[in-house]
Design a protein around this ligand. Structure first.
Ligand SMILES: *Cc1c(COP(=O)(O)O)cnc(C)c1O
Length: 396
């Protein structure tokens, strides 16, 4: 019988199935929910005896593809992806603690992570000790109720690399878990799980995505931790859209190529700045002048040190503002890791919550500019910086 108009609109193409040929790329499974032929099939998916999906907040085939790629790259057992880096970070920490617990965290962290640990966790009676993990041992800060240690592979904006192996060893001696934000390094440069970390978290918004068009987060760990985080994630609910997961799958195909080029470009740019009279200090872990150069050499793969560097202008705040204003293709962008080289001003962006005293303690001067090196031919970027530096401090 011919179905009526609205029924046709709703049911035509119901059993969309490929023939002997199939999509070369993974399809975007843009659905909030999955259909079953009978109750038995639903039961089988719930109890795990059959593969399948139920509801996209619980999981989606595009999430699976993304999670498999990232956990494979990290050599972890499993991964989960969320709608932002902060979702992956907050869930990874929440899954480890309860009221009355204590954690240790690096004193220099991404602003959102710092705020989450300091203010949100405090509301749930989880206390924190912030430690300079580059210069100090974390050992004296452990308490009987310390459950986790939270650090970043490369600190922002001073680009210092922490000794993950030593920190992992101390953390495990006290029966706690080490959580590492590896967003600046990516698994191309550093694989924290292989150095002893328990959980690796990502703002996939940055290099995993790499094109400044997706907001997402990923966490990689062993099965047990992932199961715990999964339960929290299911209930807090920061679900990644299937389309954004698909964009990340596409991005990850070229991760190694991109990170290699970001790193080679950043090293050349850092070397150029190191010889420039208007630059007081260059902060880049790949320069032998970096206080953590040797740690980086030991922990990082293939002598790659990432795309992020900072420069301290001898002319201070005034010259920094002028440089940001006069650069042309290099845009002032309060984020990082895109294909185009961009700048940021930590004192007014990532670290604007700090007062002058705290800024000084963190080494963030008013002349400090952070640079996210892109994938251009770096000679053009160097020429642009050179021309622009030549103009600043002069009457126009
Ligand atoms: C951007 C960033 C985050 C936060 O990620 P979102 O995707 O913005 O939520 C966390 N850690 C680091 C190191 C970052 O750069």
């Amino acid at each position: 019988m011919q179905k009526k108009f609205s029924t046709q609109l709703i049911h035509t193409g119901d059993k969309f199935a490929p023939s002997v040929s199939y999509s070369k790329t993974i399809p975007i499974v843009q659905t909030s929910v999955f259909a079953f032929d009978d109750v038995e099939s639903l039961e089988q998916v719930y109890d795990g005896s059959a593969g399948g999906h139920i509801y996209t907040r619980n999981g989606n085939p595009v999430h699976d593809a993304l999670n498999d790629i990232v956990s494979g790259a990290e050599e972890g057992e499993a991964a989960l992806s969320y709608s932002s880096g902060m979702a992956a970070i907050s869930l990874s920490i929440i899954a480890q603690v309860k009221a009355g617990d204590h954690i240790i965290a690096a004193n220099v962290l991404y602003g959102g992570s710092f705020q989450f640990i300091k203010t949100e966790l405090a509301r749930f009676d989880v206390s924190v000790s912030f430690v300079d993990t580059v210069r100090e041992s974390i050992n004296p800060y452990f308490r009987p109720n310390t459950r986790a240690v939270y650090v970043e592979t490369i600190s922002n904006p001073m680009m210092e690399v922490i000794n993950l192996q030593a920190i992992a060893e101390t953390t495990h001696r006290h029966g706690a878990k080490l959580i590492v934000d590896n967003s600046f390094a990516t698994p191309v440069i550093c694989q924290p799980l292989l150095l002893g970390a328990d959980i690796v978290v990502y703002s996939a918004t940055k290099y995993l995505g790499g094109h400044s068009d997706v907001t997402a987060g990923v966490v990689v760990s062993d099965r047990e931790n992932i199961d715990r985080i999964y339960t929290s994630g299911l209930l807090f609910g920061p679900t990644l859209s299937p389309f954004d997961a698909w964009l990340l799958v596409r991005s990850l195909r070229t991760l190694e190529l991109r990170i290699r080029q970001h790193s080679l470009n950043a090293l050349k740019l850092a070397e150029y700045f190191a010889g420039h009279p208007q630059i007081k200090t260059v902060y880049y872990p790949g320069l032998p002048s970096s206080p953590t150069y040797n740690v980086a050499r030991r922990l990082f793969h293939n002598d790659l040190f990432g795309g992020m560097l900072s420069i301290d202008l001898a002319g201070g705040e005034h010259h920094a503002y002028e440089l940001l204003r006069l650069l042309e293709t290099v845009k002032f962008v309060p984020s990082l890791a895109g294909v185009a080289t961009s700048t940021s001003y930590p004192a007014k962006t990532s670290h604007r919550a700090l007062n002058d005293d705290e800024l000084q303690k963190a080494g963030i001067s008013k002349g400090l500019i952070r640079i996210s090196t892109g994938l251009e031919n770096i000679d053009d970027v160097i020429e642009e910086f050179d021309k622009t530096l030549g103009k600043i401090g002069k009457k126009q």
